[in-house]
Ligand binder design. Structure first.
Ligand SMILES: Nc1nc2c(ncn2[C@@H]2O[C@H](COP(=O)(O)OP(=O)(O)OP(=O)(O)O)[C@@H](O)[C@H]2O)c(=O)[nH]1
Ligand SMILES: [Mg+2]
Ligand SMILES: [Zn+2]
Length: 350
């Protein structure tokens, strides 16, 4: 992934609100939302936040609308549910948009991009699952896959792995290796694994079945076939992309923004897919050890059962995790990855 260069200025530290202040803010927000609903505000889904314009859609079939937004709403991202109101041209400021986002509804889930210098920034909201594309050409790294899974666990969403390019998976050794990995990953709670090929369409029906009725974010390293897959899964992608350009008035839709696509053009189901071109991997070093532990869903249940409360799970007698490995309940691969990721996080904490 090409690294962007940001100015080396640490993010402004936000003053943490006290619990009481937070409650007041939440109460006010709730009141505001009720008021807006009483004023016949329209509820809409954010399709893409494009700099000076946020493109939204009311329902699943209505035309896309370009909106301004109130400044005090914080970051708005694809997948957000918002309340919008039509305003007259006289209030429109220097923009041509005729709708304004007045409130962002509370998010069920949100994925944020961490940046040491700019703080965290949400890029997808209200999603149910993370679709991770991997392949053997080039061979994926398990440690990278584990970072995606840690992220999904901490956001509270499922992970769906699509192993792509089976049409060029011929080597016996590689086939066996991938099979072993599939076996390990399929056994993890909240993780599913589908294999197939965008090129031959093999496995795409099985994948589609996992996406229906759900809101999914797609991710994966460069070259794994994300763009190819999006084109295969979103049958009218050109039409949807064109509608975004038309609504925003910005000409060609910039591919650097998270964008929400509707998976079924006939609207038989409400599945959506959010593409996040600017975010292809997730760092975990900033996460606390507790978050890392939570991120290994098949290891987490054994924590707390070791003989020593400060067990490092590396050499101690009576280590519940080591015992689980012996019993075949945890794989060596995931165990090594767990220790490594935990170590990185502990070093970062110091
Ligand atoms: N053999 C084979 N090639 C594939 C398959 N899917 C994608 N490719 C090829 O893999 C290459 C990369 O595919 P892209 O869809 O551009 O990958 P991407 O993940 O969007 O990559 P970035 O945009 O760089 O992040 C292209 O040459 C595709 O034609 C597949 O199922 N089989
Ligand atoms: Mg691409
Ligand atoms: Zn232990």
């Amino acid at each position: 992934m090409a690294k962007k260069h940001f100015s080396r200025r640490p993010a402004k530290k936000q003053r943490a609100l006290s619990k009481k202040q937070r409650t007041t803010v939440d109460d006010n927000r709730q009141k505001r939302i009720q008021q807006l609903r009483a004023q016949d505000a329209l509820e809409a889904t954010v399709i893409s936040h494009m700099g000076y314009t946020v493109v939204v859609q009311v329902g699943t079939e209505m035309p896309l609308l370009a909106c301004d937004w109130r400044q005090n709403l914080g970051n708005i991202c694809a997948g957000d549910r918002v309340l919008i109101i039509e305003h007259g041209d006289n209030n429109a400021g220097d923009s041509d948009n005729t709708y304004r986002i007045e409130a962002v509804l509370p998010r069920a889930t949100v994925i944020e991009k961490q940046n040491v210098y700019r703080g965290s920034k949400p890029f997808a909201a209200n999603i149910d699952q993370l679709l991770i594309i991997i392949t053997h050409a080039p061979m994926f790294q398990a440690s990278l896959l584990d970072r995606y899974l840690i992220m999904a666990q901490n956001v509270g969403i499922d992970a769906l792995i699509f192993f792509n390019k089976t049409d060029i998976l011929h080597d016996k050794g590689t086939i066996d290796h991938v099979q072993r990995l599939q076996h390990i990953y399929e056994a993890i709670p909240q993780v599913r694994w589908v294999r197939g090929s965008v090129k031959t369409a093999h496995g795409l029906d099985a994948l589609h079945a996992q996406l229906a009725e759900r809101n999914t974010v797609i991710t994966g390293q460069s070259g794994v076939g994300k763009s190819s897959l999006i084109n295969a899964l979103v049958p009218d992608i050109d039409v949807q992309t064109m509608s975004i350009s038309t609504a925003s008035g910005l000409g060609r839709h910039s591919t650097t923004n998270s964008t929400l696509y509707r998976l079924d053009p006939h609207r038989m189901h409400r599945g959506t897919l959010i593409d996040t071109p600017g975010v292809r991997s997730f760092d975990t070093y900033h996460l606390t050890p507790v978050a890392i532990e939570r991120g290994f869903a098949e290891i987490a249940p054994f924590l707390g059962s070791c003989r020593f409360s400060d067990c490092s799970h590396s050499h101690e007698k009576g280590c519940a995790i080591k015992n689980a490995i012996t019993a075949g309940e945890i794989s060596q691969l995931r165990y090594q990855s767990f220790l490594q990721t935990l170590k990185e996080s502990q070093q970062h904490e110091r």
